[in-house]
Design a protein around this ligand. Structure first.
Ligand code: BGC
Length: 755
């Protein structure tokens, strides 16, 4: 088919012409030599096992398939020597010698595991996040990996969904900024450099909106919500030049993402201009059979025609596409196009120049788990912690005291890395007990387990799929509590490390009850009853419901799952060597009944009274307030900050003008510290119902105690835009209200008019 003819057919002349101009001669020459079977082979991504098999199959006869030119890439293989064996099979023993891509899930660090992404996002520090991604890329490429299945940018507003741990929370603006930072960090300026790798934004799309927070469940969403709330972070990754996209397990408007032409072609390629390749999620093509879309041949053809280029593990492409060409269901041209995109990625990675460029056996020692990397992981962790409460300034704790370190997570190496850390090594993790001893060598530190993470053996079995996370003690629960209480009574201060085991969040780890398990609640109450000052160090991969614990006279430091340097970083913050500065990136509900809950909800036609008081025939609940326990953006510090003098540089602006917002922030407490100054915008009247407010800017600033600074955040014309009823990206004239402050409840406000 000529370019012109196909343009008329698909109505995407511009995109096609551009693609044709950008073609890489080496790739085109190679395509000329390839048989149909060899092209189909490039669309096949396999795993021989060794990573995490999240589906029901692991690939068979991988070696023979590589030699036969039936494999485009592998994942679950790492280390220069092992990768070299596989690469040599492809380069030396397949007919055309096309090198393989080597993928991996480097979700929060390669070997130097840093906090789970939800935790990392709470640092609101884009520069640090970029450094984290750069470190991950340097380590992974040192081990032979050139393609990363990250960043995961799924907006999530339902903390029952365990995979909230893997993303940046609920907000499209923050999520987009983080997506950009991560892509830039992984890919750098040169994909062929030895320390950069291809990124893969996932899971396209809307995976975080699965019904009832149950993993892999259906998604049903209107286009306006999609475009305004859920799609922006994927688009930001595309705009940042992400090399690949992973389609999600869920359906979008009734068609599973992996076979959804509107999603993978009309939106992603034609509207957004994406030029990289799209890979399915693990066996997600085959899973379309269970979704109810036909047999393997039918769903494979549907996926290819939709714009999917690479089939992860399921081999539907490998085993059926040739027949589909013969049957006239798929064109060879469509297969060539998919193959071209994969070959272009290989070319851009520098693999055609040197297939072994990531296989320097001297690099692992030099680049992996270095002292500098561990120091960065420790810093990233400390910056991710969120101080939720500090009753009586219990924190920070003095180093020269008798400390009771209590709780099932206080000395639990297996639970420090967090979910989706398949390349990390739990044995290397620093426990909280070890961290306390490192940071406060002169303190007297006693330890007691105090409780099991959970007492229910069946629940424990569900959680322990990748090894022991919940270890149920031989001693009775009462004995554990008694021992802890005795220790507390003999100490000056109690630090209780409680919360979720690592695999209580993550993939296929949805919960209907997101409170602290009962065994630990009993322990917490018993410790508080001793009358000793108690600080809770809370671990989790999601927001939890903790209204009861919040009512207690305690301090609460949320630490997520902090990674390999967990114990050291926790000690740094507990003992005040670092003043916590993290802010929540997802709202914490009071109870599961409030879910989905997010700060940027709409006003409704019958808003509840501002006072929070119940009123009949208003949008509220009989049995709980609408407000969350902790709003988006919330987080305390050991010091206090005051906001004043909010100013705008203009009262009226035109469509192409920016507006600067300035506020004075003063550190009014007794510690130096950092504050995330947040700016929210309300579009007062517009053609589709506006959210009550939306984050449109932030700045993290350091203030010495007593110091005062003016902080200016500039809103650009795009910050006023949204997708209207026709899905056009516009700013509509009228009034806007700006709110600036310490979290999404910020009250300081000013108005301006857009002409
Ligand atoms: C997950 C992806 C992951 C893939 C490969 C799937 O189950 O959804 O996030 O990249 O497995 O490991």
């Amino acid at each position: 088919m000529t370019i012109k003819k196909c343009c008329i057919l698909f109505g995407v002349c511009l995109a096609f012409t551009l693609n044709a101009q950008n073609r890489i001669p080496e790739v085109e020459a190679l395509l000329q030599k390839m048989t149909l079977e060899e092209k189909i082979g490039q669309l096949n991504l396999l795993t021989p096992g060794g990573g995490v098999a999240t589906g029901e199959v692991v690939s068979k006869n991988v070696e023979a398939k590589i030699k036969a030119g039936q494999v485009g890439g592998l994942f679950g293989v790492a280390g220069p020597e092992k990768v070299r064996v596989a690469q040599e099979l492809a380069v030396k023993e397949s007919r055309l010698g096309i090198p393989l891509l080597f993928g991996s899930d480097v979700i929060h660090g390669y070997k130097t595991t840093y906090p789970i992404p939800l935790g990392l996002s709470a640092s609101w520090d884009l520069d640090l996040m970029k450094q984290a991604a750069q470190m991950a890329a340097r380590e992974a490429t040192a081990d032979g990996i050139n393609w990363n299945f990250s960043p995961m940018v799924d907006i999530a507003r339902d903390p029952r969904w365990g995979r909230m741990a893997e993303g940046a929370g609920e907000d499209p603006y923050l999520g987009s900024r983080i997506a950009t930072a991560m892509v830039e960090g992984y890919q750098g300026n040169d994909l062929a450099a030895a320390h950069t790798m291809l990124a893969c934004v996932k899971h396209f799309a809307l995976y975080g909106a699965s019904e009832a927070g149950r993993d892999y469940h259906s998604v049903d969403m209107g286009k306006i919500k999609m475009f305004n709330q859920y799609l922006p972070p994927y688009k930001a990754a595309v705009d940042a030049g992400v090399a690949s996209v992973m389609s999600s397990f869920n359906d979008v408007d009734g068609i599973p993402a992996s076979g959804n032409k509107w999603l993978l072609t009309d939106l992603l390629r034609d509207r957004w201009g994406f030029e990289g390749f799209v890979v399915s999620d693990y066996t997600s093509v085959n899973e379309m059979i269970a979704h109810g879309l036909g047999d393997l041949q039918a769903v494979s053809a549907l996926s290819l025609n939709a714009g999917l280029d690479m089939d992860m593990v399921g081999e539907g492409f490998l085993t059926t596409l040739k027949k589909s060409v013969e049957d006239g269901k798929v064109t060879e041209e469509a297969i060539t196009n998919a193959c071209r995109r994969i070959l272009e990625a290989k070319y851009n990675s520098g693999l055609f120049d040197d297939p072994y460029r990531y296989l320097d056996s001297k690099r692992p020692i030099k680049d992996i788990l270095t002292v500098e990397n561990r120091a960065l992981a420790r810093k990233l962790a400390a910056h991710s912690f969120v101080l939720l409460k500090n009753h009586g300034q219990i924190l920070p704790v003095k180093k020269n005291q008798k400390i009771a370190l209590i709780g099932p997570l206080a000395d639990s190496r297996n639970n420090m890395l967090g979910t989706w850390a398949p390349t990390g090594d739990t044995h290397l993790a620093v426990t909280v007990l070890e961290g306390f001893r490192n940071v406060a060598p002169n303190a007297t530190i006693g330890f007691a387990k105090g409780a099991n993470i959970a007492d229910d053996p069946i629940f424990a079995e569900h959680v322990n799929v990748f090894g022991p996370r919940i270890e149920i003690d031989e001693r009775a629960p009462e004995v554990l509590v008694d021992e802890a209480v005795q220790l507390a009574l003999n100490s000056d201060v109690v630090i209780a490390v409680v919360g979720e085991a690592t695999e209580m969040s993550g993939e296929a780890a949805s919960r209907t009850d997101i409170s602290i398990p009962e065994s630990q609640k009993i322990l917490i109450r018993a410790l508080v009853a001793t009358g000793k000052p108690v600080a809770l160090v809370l671990m989790s991969g999601r927001p939890l419901t903790i209204p009861d614990e919040y009512e207690l006279p305690v301090a609460i430091l949320q630490v997520w799952h902090p990674g390999v340097e967990a114990g050291n970083a926790i000690a740094d913050v507990v003992f005040g060597d670092y003043n916590p500065s993290g802010k929540l990136t997802a709202t914490w509900p009071r109870n599961v009944g409030q879910i989905p809950i997010y700060y940027s909800a709409k006003n409704t036609g019958r808003p509840a009274p501002e006072s929070g008081e119940f009123q009949k025939f208003r949008s509220n609940y009989l049995d709980a307030p609408n407000s969350p326990l902790f709003p988006f953006g919330y987080g305390l510090s050991y010091t206090t900050f005051e906001y004043s003098d909010l100013k705008l540089d203009k009262e009226t602006i035109g469509q192409d003008e920016s507006i600067s917002v300035t506020v004075t922030v003063t550190n009014t407490g007794n510690f130096d510290g950092e504050e995330v100054v947040q700016l929210y915008l309300r579009d007062v009247v517009r053609s589709i119902t506006p959210p009550k407010r939306e984050l449109k800017g932030f700045e993290k600033v350091f203030l010495k105690k007593g110091e005062r600074k003016e902080v200016t955040i500039t809103l650009s014309p795009n910050d006023l835009k949204f997708y209207n009823g026709q899905l056009e990206y516009v700013a509509e004239p009228g009034d806007f209200e700006v709110f600036v402050g310490t979290n999404s409840d910020a009250q300081l406000s000013k108005s301006f008019v857009l002409k």
